[in-house]
Ligand binder design. Structure first.
Ligand code: PEP
Ligand code: MN
Length: 374
């Protein structure tokens, strides 16, 4: 259930509503939006009569029931306003969100050695990426495959951060490693295989860093959002959802099926920012540019791209990794599309188009209007 309050509601009025709700065993959570203040109610609200709440204050505009099983992550809980995740990096704050420029995360599947991670970091930064990715702890299907260099790789990521100023995104697989990973990572990644690991989700949430939550290999959208709900329920609102391909029947020509329909679907269900990973989504470097472009046009907020200086020698995920030149040219290509969509740094969204049903910005609208007039 949510209470929509007038934007100019006095603090005392909100406090008095809070204490009444708490006396009923309900946990209220306030969100100050652009047009309203929304108080989300967590707890057993089934039995509460909407009119009973409506009568608590003249500052209440409306009271609505949240129909979905996920509450805090739902779009309803924010009364339709998308949220953003702001991450501070040495190069400055980077914002993931629907009304912000595209954020690019790039780097190798695994951190292999100092030379390759620094070289990759320098190139992806120069090409326009804001975050370096790289696994220190790798979830491998075979216990005999390279498992990541662990703690020493975290040290190399810290060095790459220092050298380039890029933010760091790396996966945490085990609760025992949370603190070590949190010391280096600007965003902590929960991999697809751990999306259902609810005790890990709760503990990673408590570390306080923004969390990148990958969609499980066979997870429905609702299961994925419920996993995100665990993180928000544990007190961490900074979650980015990453679609990385799901299992379907064809695994001969693509590793996974990249579900780009997740973008518009999530937009109707959640306020959280979205990332698309076409590298794991397809498993084939050749397919990455077209899927990255399609993701931008479908309105993704960010991209994750695997990049390796020598993919044929990579210790993991070589076939889906772009080499450094391929990444540079991908960035040039996608910048044109991101500009059209108003999602390139100099084309941040203006408020007039924030509520457009098609995920484009004013630049696109201006261009298309001009074309229509011509
Ligand atoms: C990765 O990002 O390298 C990775 C293992 O991803 P996923 O969990 O999506 O397979
Ligand atoms: Mn990988």
């Amino acid at each position: 259930m949510i209470i929509i309050m007038k934007i100019d509601s006095p603090t005392e009025e909100i406090e008095s509503i809070y204490s009444t709700l708490q006396s009923w065993g309900i946990t209220p959570e306030k969100y100050v939006g652009k047009h309203n203040i929304v108080i989300g109610l967590i707890g057993d609200t089934e039995e509460i009569d909407i009119r009973q709440i409506q009568n608590l204050s003249p500052c209440i505009e409306r009271v609505l029931r949240v129909s979905k099983p996920f509450k805090r992550v739902s779009l309803e809980f924010r009364h339709g306003e998308s949220s953003s995740v702001v991450v501070s990096t040495p190069n400055g704050a980077v914002t993931f969100g629907q009304n912000h420029p595209l954020v690019t995360v790039a780097g190798p599947c695994s951190v292999e050695n100092e030379e390759m991670i620094i070289e990759t970091a320098l190139v992806v930064k120069a090409a326009g990426a804001q975050f370096l990715r790289g696994g220190a702890y790798k979830p491998r299907t075979s216990p005999y495959c390279f498992q990541g260099h662990g703690e020493s790789a975290l040290g190399l990521l810290a060095k790459a951060r220092e050298v380039t100023g890029l933010g760091i995104i790396t996966e945490v697989m085990d609760t025992a490693d949370i603190q070590k990973v949190a010391n280096v990572a600007d965003v902590m990644q929960i991999g697809a295989r751990n999306m259902y690991n609810f005790s890990l989700l709760k503990k990673v949430a408590a570390a306080g860093k923004p969390v990148l939550l990958k969609r499980g290999l066979g997870a429905t959208i609702e299961e994925w959002l419920m996993a995100a709900e665990y993180i928000l329920a544990a007190g961490n609102p900074n979650v980015i959802l990453c679609e990385r391909g799901i299992r379907t029947f064809d695994q001969k020509y693509t590793r996974n099926t990249l579900d780009l329909s997740a973008i518009p679907t999530l937009r109707t269900l959640t306020h959280l920012p979205i990332m698309i990973d076409p590298s794991h989504g397809t498993g084939n470097a050749k397919f990455v540019p077209s899927m990255a472009t399609a993701a931008i046009v479908a309105g993704t907020d960010s991209l994750m791209i695997e990049v390796h200086p020598n993919p044929s020698k990579a210790l993991s995920d070589g076939p889906q990794s772009l080499n450094l030149e391929q990444f540079e040219s991908l960035m040039l290509d996608i910048s044109s599309f991101a500009k059209i969509m108003g999602r390139w740094p100099q084309h941040a969204l203006t408020s007039a188009f924030k509520h457009s049903t098609f995920p484009v910005n004013s630049h696109f609208a201006r261009t298309s209007n001009t074309m229509l007039r011509a």
